[in-house]
Design a protein around this ligand. Structure first.
Ligand code: FES
Length: 187
């Protein structure tokens, strides 16, 4: 009986593992679903400038986040095939950033995942008073000047960051997200 259980568990684990591999394979196959990568540019996700490349000067100083997607400059493919690819851009005085955050910023611009690690809502709100990012689903707050650390609310961890550089004023990713984009299931 024990052996049968073990075999069943192994089969299930193998099945889940294969499914995960399938998802990863699909991501690798479809550049629209692939996460942001080194060398990617950024384009506005919505609004009148949707699809336009974003430069440092397009990101307002100490103001609410711009929601964008990464774009492969070689093919022009915008990585908008997955909601989990949403990126938030914000700009601050570089001197006001924590050392860790300054290291991955470009001319004061910082980039984070736009997906809340609590139960996966889009992070759409911003507090003008505290200059924190806010997830309106359950009111988690994140400090974009300090690696998007959780300030309050149920989010279990900070937002993954995306390292940047500026090339002639154009924002470029110098790597992928600092952590896997994941969140808890809502029960
Ligand atoms: S999903 Fe963001 S706080 Fe719950």
């Amino acid at each position: 009986m024990e052996d049968r259980r073990t075999i069943l568990k192994s089969g299930l684990a193998l099945g889940l593992g294969l499914r995960s591999l399938d998802v990863l394979h699909a991501q690798a196959e479809d550049p629209r679903k692939a996460r942001p990568q080194e060398g990617d540019r950024f384009v506005f996700a919505f609004g009148p400038r949707q699809g336009e490349t974003i430069g440092v000067d397009d990101v307002p100083l100490a103001s609410e986040q711009i929601i964008c997607y990464a774009m492969d400059p070689a093919s022009g493919t915008v990585r908008d095939g997955s909601r989990l690819n949403q990126v938030l851009l914000l700009r601050f005085d570089p001197e006001s950033l924590s050392p860790e955050t300054r290291e991955v910023s470009a001319d004061g611009v910082v980039a984070y995942s736009g997906i809340c690690p609590h139960t996966g809502c889009d992070i759409e709100d911003w507090s003008e008073e505290t200059e924190f990012l806010i997830c309106s689903c359950h009111e988690s707050e994140f400090d974009p000047r300090d690696a998007a650390e959780v300030i309050s609310g149920p989010a279990p961890r900070r937002l993954p960051s995306l390292p940047l550089r500026s090339e002639g004023g154009v924002l470029v990713a110098t790597g992928g997200f600092s952590a896997t984009i994941r969140f808890q299931k809502e029960f």
